[in-house]
Design a protein around this ligand. Structure first.
Ligand SMILES: Nc1ncnc2c1ncn2[C@@H]1O[C@H](COP(=O)(O)OP(=O)(O)OP(=O)(O)O)[C@@H](O)[C@H]1O
Ligand SMILES: [Mg+2]
Length: 358
């Protein structure tokens, strides 16, 4: 899929721009606070998701204006299509002339992955961020997984709630067993989904990361579970942890405590990785996510790469510029010298909310 043109009106600091990107790498460079991330954010909204910066809709409208308008013509499923988004207090969308009930119905049309500097927390923060990365990706691919997560979290909250009274009310044991049954059955399914998804990611992660480092380093990811993908086994693990859990009033095992371990050359990247390694690893995970989407949906997602060049050495920068152009890419940077090795592609300069062709 490819975006043919985008027009943006009254969106953040962007008054009025019309852009015709190329089908390969599009670079947007400019000084700080000129509107580069705003532009990336505008494209991201066509996926139907919320702003990746966690912004409220009203914050997206140019201050002093009442509404922002985003329009795009794109090529998908062998035909030209178009989409319009209006942002006021809330967003509304029209796809190929048909108004949608909700912008989330745009999902599955323009698909994209976004990488922004804050995604480094995939590597540097605790396991919760990596579990969220897996869950978000799996939910997009398999809607049934959303219900599994809901059921699991409900049973988990119920077990934790009852644990505190268990010492005094032995009649609650039956209830705990019911909750543990659900946790074990649904939790085992969640673990199976995650392991399968990590297997799929692993088909791409080592290749992409090796490209970054010219084959000098290898990156591996592994799902580490505190439970089990086997429901009976998980139930036993849960039962065995019950005594300890009664003291802490929390459930110490299960997918809500699992981790995605990330290693470079068999060493933990969180502990030993350099800044550039961490950034390359986070980027490799995101680009692998795009490859998994492509292998399952047969659509090539657009890559939106915000400010990825800083902290990467010229070899890694070159890899990004010239080896990920089998899809449409939008990439921002401050320093135009970062992009001097771009072969082909289009370069734009962002200045005070205006986009200039170079
Ligand atoms: N709703 C809004 N109305 C007007 N201006 C806004 C609005 N939201 C953000 N801005 C302005 O947009 C500018 C920031 O744009 P953006 O985050 O895209 O910068 P950038 O080019 O990515 O910079 P950096 O290189 O620092 O990341 C700031 O000047 C900010 O005040
Ligand atoms: Mg920015």
């Amino acid at each position: 899929m490819n975006i043919k043109n985008i027009s943006i009106n009254n969106f953040r600091n962007i008054h009025d721009i019309l852009v015709e990107p190329c089908d390969a790498v599009n670079v947007i460079y400019g000084e700080n606070a000129q509107g580069k991330t705003n532009f990336i954010e505008a494209i991201w909204l066509f996926t139907g998701a919320k702003s990746f910066r966690g912004a409220r809709d009203s914050e997206l409208v140019l201050s002093g204006e009442t509404a922002a308008f985003l329009k795009t013509e794109f090529y998908l499923d062998n035909r030209n299509q178009d989409c319009e988004i209006k942002i006021e207090k809330k967003r509304s969308a029209v796809l190929n002339g048909i108004p949608l009930q909700s912008v989330s119905q745009l999902a599955g049309n323009i698909c994209a992955i976004v990488f922004s500097p804050s995604d480094l927390n995939l590597i540097t923060d605790g396991p919760a961020v990596r579990r969220k990365f897996l869950d978000t990706a799996i939910c997009q691919l398999y809607p049934a997984y959303i219900d599994k997560l809901k059921t699991y979290n409900r049973a988990l909250a119920q077990r934790n709630f009852v644990l505190k009274d268990l010492k005094y009310h032995s009649e609650l044991f039956n209830m705990v067993e019911v909750f543990e049954n659900t946790i074990a059955n649904v939790g085992a399914d969640i673990i199976k989904y995650r392991i399968r998804y990590v297997e799929r990611l692993n088909e791409f992660v080592p290749i992409i990361y090796s490209g970054f480092t010219c084959g000098k380093e290898n990156l591996k990811i592994e799902y580490i579970s505190t439970g089990s993908r086997d429901a009976n086994e998980f139930y036993m693990i849960l039962k065995n942890s019950r005594k300890d859990d009664m003291n802490t009033l929390s459930t110490s095992v299960g997918p809500h405590r699992d981790n995605l371990e990330i290693k470079i050359n068999d060493m933990s990247i969180k502990t030993y990785g350099s800044q550039g390694q961490k950034r390359s690893a986070a980027l490799s995970l995101k680009l692998s996510e795009a490859e998994v989407i492509k292998s399952i949906t047969k659509q090539q997602p657009i890559a939106l790469l915000d400010d990825v060049m800083s902290e990467l050495d010229p070899g890694r920068q070159n890899y990004i510029l010239n080896n990920i152009n089998n899809r449409q890419v939008f990439i921002t940077c401050c320093d135009p010298s970062n992009i001097k090795n771009l072969v082909g592609g289009k370069i734009f300069r962002m200045q005070d909310g205006a986009l200039l062709n170079e």
